[in-house]
Design a protein around this ligand. Structure first.
Ligand SMILES: Cc1cc2nc3c(=O)[nH]c(=O)nc-3n(C[C@H](O)[C@H](O)[C@H](O)COP(=O)(O)OP(=O)(O)OC[C@H]3O[C@@H](n4cnc5c(N)ncnc54)[C@H](O)[C@@H]3O)c2cc1C
Length: 391
């Protein structure tokens, strides 16, 4: 995989870093180097300004192998069991249903949302739930779909002045210039991720590591759900709790493999999570109030200066917060009865079935999830090879 530092620099982002220092936080150029605390520019999965995905890093180099067949636009309907062994998969491509037999094993990697759903559609899961959906119970496993953990985030934003933000840069002639710059030099605003500057802080001094992550960007949404930017200049700080206690679930809604599952996040159920988010948002507001940002800040748009008490902050978070799409845990690894996979990622009690995706992670990691999922996959590749060589 290729990782690079964001090369673009913007005066208001630099001022945000100065404000963080004024508030007593360290600058940290490389949050992957050991110590996580502090503020700095984000790193991005890019190679010379172009996005570098797992397809570039892993799939493209392997796609011509004789023992690899890639079928696209295929929707897995179910796993097929023969007693206590998974023997293959049935999927649909267009109008056609295809069943493939596994010679050794099936590796599920449909992610923390769909892996539990596919297991349940295949009769693997909580007996009462499967029966209520009319799915025959082939392998009772109470933990499937439970232990859903995610990163919940709020967005605080400010109207700013004396600078040009992405709100104006991403439209009209400025956007045309940015497109030209990207295609000629692979630089400019089209190389930015959604977060420009990071911050990792401890909301309480007794914590061993940071519990809050910030995503600063000099842009603000007029409509966040539809990703429409404001027309006037703005900036946003996303605030997320790194290791939430609140736990939810993701389960099949019906026996129809094309119906999305029911996702119950249970965000902010725990008092600890509420307190962490409140302190994290208060710190963000305090940083923005520091002298280094004074010339840029016109006013706080959201939540707004009338939000001050803990109850106000929690209400704001409940009304405006959302996932930042880091679902994990719904096929948790472990050795207890509620674990779904064992320490070699094999579905407990079944032969021939492994899960290799974010769903196996028992606890949330202290940052974005994708690198951790790649590490799960790297480790799984070793385990699969080891087990295959043992026969
Ligand atoms: C909008 C967004 C932004 C994100 N930004 C970041 C970020 O900046 N940094 C970061 O670290 N992480 C980020 N993440 C999280 C990261 O993408 C995930 O943690 C990671 O991709 C999870 O990997 P996975 O293999 O578990 O699942 P996925 O990557 O979701 O892979 C599952 C695959 O299974 C396929 N699938 C599902 N059901 C079926 C079916 N029935 N039949 C056939 N195929 C099926 C899906 O199409 C998908 O290709 C982001 C996620 C989203 C959605």
């Amino acid at each position: 995989m290729n990782l690079s530092r964001v090369d673009e620099r913007f005066p208001i982002a630099d001022a945000f870093l100065h404000a963080a220092r004024e508030d007593g936080h360290a600058l940290n150029e490389d949050y992957n180097a050991g110590r996580q605390d502090g503020f700095g520019y984000y790193q991005v999965a890019q190679h010379r300004g172009r996005r570098w995905s797992v397809v570039d890093g892993y799939l493209k180099p392997a796609r011509r192998r004789g023992n690899l067949c890639i079928v696209t636009n295929a929707h897995v309907l179910r796993l097929n069991l023969d007693g206590r062994r998974c023997v293959g998969v049935t999927y649909r491509v267009g109008e056609r249903e295809v069943t493939v037999q596994a010679k050794v094993e099936v590796v599920m990697a449909a992610g923390a949302v769909q892996t539990p759903q596919i297991l349940e559609l295949s009769g693997i899961g909580r007996p009462a739930l499967l029966q209520s959906l009319g799915i025959p119970v082939l392998h009772p496993l109470a933990g499937v779909g439970e232990n859903y953990i995610d990163h919940f985030a709020t967005r605080m934003n400010w109207r700013v002045r004396n600078t040009v933000t992405l709100n104006e840069m991403a439209r009209g002639w400025r956007l045309a210039l940015a497109v030209a710059e990207y295609f000629t030099r692979r630089t400019g605003i089209l190389t930015l991720g959604t977060g420009l500057v990071h911050g990792f802080v401890r909301t309480r001094p007794d914590l061993p590591t940071p519990d809050v992550q910030y995503f600063f960007v000099h842009a603000s949404y007029a409509n966040a759900a539809e990703r429409i930017l404001d027309r006037a200049p703005g900036m946003t700080i996303g605030v997320t709790q790194l290791r939430p206690e609140s736990v939810g679930s993701i389960h099949a809604r019906s026996a129809d493999p094309h119906a999305g599952p029911v996702i119950r996040p249970n965000f902010l159920a725990s008092e600890v999570d509420q307190q962490c988010m409140v302190r994290g948002m208060e710190i963000a507001r305090r940083i923005v109030g520091r002298p280094a940002l004074r010339k840029y800040i016109e006013h706080e748009m959201s939540p707004g200066s009338d939000v001050v008490s803990d109850a106000d902050w929690v209400e704001f978070a409940r009304a405006n917060g959302q996932t930042i799409y880091h679902p994990i845990g719904t096929c948790r690894m472990g050795e207890d009865d509620d674990a779904v996979v064992d320490l070699r990622l094999r579905v407990r009690g079944l032969a021939g079935l492994r899960v290799v995706d974010a769903s196996v992670m028992p606890k949330m990691v202290s940052g974005n999830t994708q690198a951790a999922v790649m590490m799960v996959a790297e480790k799984a590749a070793d385990l699969i090879l080891e087990d295959a060589s043992r026969g």
